[in-house]
Ligand binder design. Structure first.
Ligand code: FA5
Length: 340
């Protein structure tokens, strides 16, 4: 009689354990079968009414059923946990080899690109790439470049001065001086870098922009050598012939000095804010090194001569990439930068 009841309790509990769809349902089954007031507890109370030898037998049976049900519950519970873990892993699975969503790869700034191209060209021609300080001495920025004491460029309206007499370099030409101080002629150097001017900002003028200086000192250097290198440079950058014009230009550190202008590539020469409606953009002032400049830096102008140029790197980037406002280059605007 008791055996039959036990067997029914076990069969029904096992069926419900298998049918349970959640940990809560499983717990309900456990309480009903094995809890303090559960089915097995009720049966256990009846054991007292049995004869001693029957009681021992029934007690063993009861314990066996209890143990079997506990094991079935534990097994089912383990399956729930495994299923839950698998569901979580499925939901959280990520492919670590995929690029992170939403992160765009960066790109080189147009100025960096053009600077690297020019450095590659000139290093292949035997030029050293030099660096110089952005905070300069008056000597390197002006005096050693043969600039007269009353030259307007020294004015605070053009140059940013520090209280101690130093200044933010207004061009990359002071690196010529530093180059001559450290390299012995014959020498070939370029010096790309940031320069600063106390300037009214507009579509083609920044207060902070980039230039690329170049200098070659050797024996019997002529204007023909200068023009050869300038043409090579422009062809390398634009990959085709571009219309240029050469006109006399005055800089205290070159003699003769030239302004090399490029036909404005923004408007095709028709006139726009970048070229100030003139159709031409000042790009590459240059000339033969003034003998005084050599002499001041300890190079004998009787023996040595040279050419120098000061490329407007920022303007060149504008022409090359068709950028119609110089302010875009330093704006940090991602919509602009993502085009490159
Ligand atoms: C100079 O700075 C001379 N040091 C260049 C030089 C070097 C001449 C060696 C001879 C020998 P200039 O002030 O013209 O020259 O500037 C050179 C170039 O920098 C200009 O042709 C122009 O392309 C660029 N530039 C000048 N001012 C600005 C500005 N405010 N914003 C952007 N680019 C500028």
């Amino acid at each position: 009689m008791l055996e039959t009841t036990l067997s029914q309790v076990e069969t029904s509990a096992r069926a419900r354990i298998e049918a349970a769809r959640s940990a809560e349902e499983l717990e309900a089954v456990r309480i009903e079968a094995l809890g303090r007031k559960g089915a097995l507890a009720q049966i256990s109370k009846q054991l007292g009414t049995l004869a001693p030898e029957e009681r021992a037998h029934a007690g063993k049976l009861l314990n066996a059923v209890k143990q079997a049900l506990e094991e079935a519950l534990a097994a089912r519970k383990a399956r729930f946990e495994e299923e839950a873990l698998r569901a979580r892993l499925d939901a959280e699975w990520i492919d670590l080899t995929l690029p992170a969503p939403g992160v765009r790869p960066g790109s080189l700034h147009p100025l960096t690109r053009i600077q690297t191209e020019i450095e590659d060209l000139f290093t292949s021609l035997g030029f050293a790439v030099l660096d110089g300080p952005e905070v300069e001495t008056e000597y390197h920025n002006f005096d050693a470049l043969n600039t007269p004491p009353d030259h307007p460029a020294r004015d605070a309206q053009d140059t940013f001065w520090f209280a101690d007499g130093n200044l933010l370099r207004a061009h990359t030409s002071p690196v010529q001086v530093r180059g001559m101080e450290t390299l012995k002629p014959p020498l070939r150097m370029i010096a790309p870098g940031r320069v600063f001017r106390n300037e009214e900002v507009d579509a083609s003028h920044e207060h902070t922009f980039y230039q690329l200086e170049g200098m070659l000192v050797d024996r019997e250097v002529s204007v023909a050598h200068l023009l050869y290198f300038m043409k090579l440079l422009l062809r390398h950058i634009f990959g085709r012939e571009v219309t240029v014009r050469l006109r006399p230009g005055y800089f205290p550190f070159v003699e003769p000095g030239f302004e090399l202008d490029i036909h404005c590539l923004i408007c095709g020469g028709a006139g726009c804010p970048v070229c100030k409606q003139s159709g031409w953009v000042e790009l590459l002032p240059c000339g033969l090194v003034q003998p005084n400049v050599l002499r001041i830096s300890g190079i004998d102008p009787e023996e040595w001569s040279g050419f120098a140029f000061g490329l407007g790197l920022t303007r060149l980037a504008m022409m090359r990439y068709g950028i119609d406002d110089i302010r875009l280059l330093q704006s940090g605007d991602l919509r602009f930068l993502r085009q490159f």
